[in-house]
Design a protein around this ligand. Structure first.
Ligand code: KDG
Length: 338
């Protein structure tokens, strides 16, 4: 535990979730193969972060712990991989928190539209007491959370029209993640939200089964959505974190030394991943400008109008997720903004 104390809050909590859910054995480092899968591509900041994680784990374990990486949903989408972790048939995944609301509803607080203004605000909440509290609940669901990485601010693309005002959402068939806050928020704006797993989105856009989708710029670029979309509107309507998950069934078989290596690597690689994600957000925008997609900004006034329209949805879900938790979230945000 002394090693854990030196690492700061995030690591401390990761250590404590390990400790409360059965501390690691004293068996040193064994030869192990760890399957880690994500939904996004290898060139995406999440893919690059996973490669960094692999490098750190293999280096710290002297090559005994081998991380086998799977990109582009080859092991399944976020929900399927998370269920595989619960069943103990996959060791690691790094999903968006949004589709996990069916497993742990409290993650839905991060889905409130227009909650964060900057990535740094998101970092402060995710690495602070609220983010930690949610990680500490995960073992109840057969999961261990080693910290948060960044997916980022999401923007809408579609094949019909530029979204400049709240009214422009009306009638658009938009893919959302499997998340009720997102679905109800888009309904409130008059759109026709269609939840579906990420790996089906490109084909659904191409065949016009849906008109549009929403994702961060790095994903719109990496998955080439610009090839099958006419408009990209910089709505910045919600920020999505990734949560770094380990199967609890697997975790409980690890020695304390092995757990420490994974904890440290998830945090170190996470810092690298967040940095890369922020750089890529700007780079992706520059590159998307060179494609045929038409890009438009949204005024703060229109964004404010959208937020007002969606507010009843936020209030309904605040009750569902727990008024105490939501009040704590807003109080923490107030403190950060002072
Ligand atoms: O690896 C993470 C992805 O599977 C997913 O979370 C991407 O943001 C995403 C989406 O829209 O499904």
């Amino acid at each position: 535990m002394a090693g854990c104390m030196a690492m700061g809050l995030l690591f401390l909590t990761a250590c404590s979730s390990g400790t409360t859910q059965g501390s690691g054995t004293d068996k040193g480092i064994q030869q192990r193969v760890i399957k880690a899968g994500i939904g996004l591509n290898e060139d995406h900041p999440e893919g690059q972060g996973l490669l960094k994680f692999k490098e750190i784990v293999e280096q710290k374990s002297g090559g005994k712990l081998k991380v086998q990486t799977y990109f582009s949903a080859t092991l399944g989408d976020d929900l399927k991989m998370t269920e595989a972790l619960q069943a103990g048939t996959q060791e690691i995944t790094i999903p968006s928190t949004s589709p996990l609301v069916g497993i742990m509803k409290e993650f839905g607080i991060f889905d409130f539209p227009f909650l964060f203004n900057t990535s740094e605000e998101a970092d402060a909440i995710l690495d602070g007491p609220i983010g930690q509290k949610l990680l500490e609940k995960l073992p109840e669901y057969g999961l261990i959370g080693l910290g948060y990485w960044e997916n980022g601010f999401r923007h809408v693309t579609n094949s019909k029209r530029a979204i400049e005002t709240a009214d422009d959402f009306k009638g658009l068939k938009l893919r959302t993640m499997q998340n009720e806050v997102h679905i109800d928020a888009f309904k409130e704006l008059g759109a026709n939200p269609t939840p579906m797993p990420f790996s089906e989105v490109f084909t659904a856009l191409e065949s016009h089964t849906i008109d549009g989708q929403e994702n961060p710029l790095a994903t719109i670029k990496s998955n080439k959505f610009y090839e099958v979309q006419k408009h990209l509107s910089l709505t910045k309507h919600v920020y999505t974190p990734f949560v770094f998950l380990v199967s609890k069934k697997f975790w409980d078989t690890l020695s304390s030394e092995e757990q420490k290596i994974l904890q440290e690597a998830a945090i170190e690689a996470g810092k690298y991943q967040r940095q890369l994600s922020r750089e890529e957000d700007q780079k992706a925008l520059d590159e998307l400008k060179k494609t045929g997609v038409k890009i438009n900004e949204i005024s703060d006034q229109e964004r404010q109008k959208m937020a007002e329209i969606i507010q009843p949805v936020v209030e309904t879900y605040a009750k569902k997720f727990g008024d105490d938790l939501v009040n704590e979230l807003y109080n923490e945000l107030d403190k950060i903004r002072q």
